[in-house]
Design a binder for this molecule. Sequence first.
Ligand SMILES: C[S@@+](CC[C@H](N)C(=O)[O-])C[C@H]1O[C@@H](n2cnc3c(N)ncnc32)[C@H](O)[C@@H]1O
Length: 329
Amino acid sequence: MTAAGERGDRAAGRQGQGPRSEVEPSGDRMQGRAESDGTERVWTVLDLLRWTTEHFASRRIETPRLDAECLLAFALGVDRLQLYVAFDKPLSRTERDGYRSLVRRRADERVPVAQLVGRKEFWSLPLRVTADVLVPRPETETLVATALDLLPDRDAEARVLDVGTGSGAVALAIAHERPKARVTATDVSAPALEVARSNAAELGLADRVRFLPGPDFEPVAGERFDLVVSNPPYIAEAVRDRLPPELAHEPRQALFAGPDGLAVLRVLAAGAGGVMDPGAGAAFEVSPEQAARVADWCREAGLLDVTVIRDLGSRPRVIRARAPGEGAS
Ligand SMILES: C[S@@+](CC[C@H](N)C(=O)[O-])C[C@H]1O[C@@H](n2cnc3c(N)ncnc32)[C@H](O)[C@@H]1O
């Protein structure tokens, strides 16, 4: 028996159930090859989840069970939680075929689950995700929370700028939480802006969010905002070879920002004051080791109340600041 066969057998709960030494390599196991008596093996939802979890774990995928559940739910066209009341449901060959190709792409090509299913939930909003945008990350919810804190009045008619909007995650979460805010979302990537636009339309927010192409603050030259936010690319090119393989499926310009990862943050910290009204707020996502430097740049640029906000994992994640004037201390 091959190592892969052994793992597959154990995951399918077959230990000690008689001779299955002729098992195929892992991927084919899901095809429902015939049992020794000629009948086709029945695969239930739970069998497949167990098998895939083990398979993903053996490939060092970080969240093997969760990924298996998301992909199986997607393949079957049901909610993930619905799997839990269908553990004993036998799956047809067609259902298994669709699932198997997703499993292969996840395990072998390391395509992120969000890209395989085309969706990702962020701030409880369902967002469409393609290979043209960064998959919104949970830590970016700290940026949204900070932004909302800077706009405490839910009914204020605020003007908000989101630089580097990607899928629109941050811009749309703010527009959703502040029903009178008008949000400008920019990006250097035209395909990303298309995805963001479609998300705004799906969420019924298109009338309050405008999308502008271009880098940094160029698309909004001469305008002023009450809040400026950004989750820019901030990974150093130098560490590219040491990153998880999943990142190869996301757009380069969404991830990397020059040799030290600070190319865009440097421009944002220096230029934010130029597009902020007196007392306006600013919030920039950073990687933890960049926080102190970016905070210093904000102070040097004349911003006040500069604070480093930690994410749920207690890592420095967002630089929060105010423009001088009304509201700043
Ligand atoms: C890290 S992703 C963030 C996407 C989204 N805001 C989120 O939080 O999920 C950064 C985005 O900024 C865009 N971008 C990169 N450099 C930029 C620049 N100089 N000006 C504006 N957008 C930029 C990328 O195309 C990408 O969509």
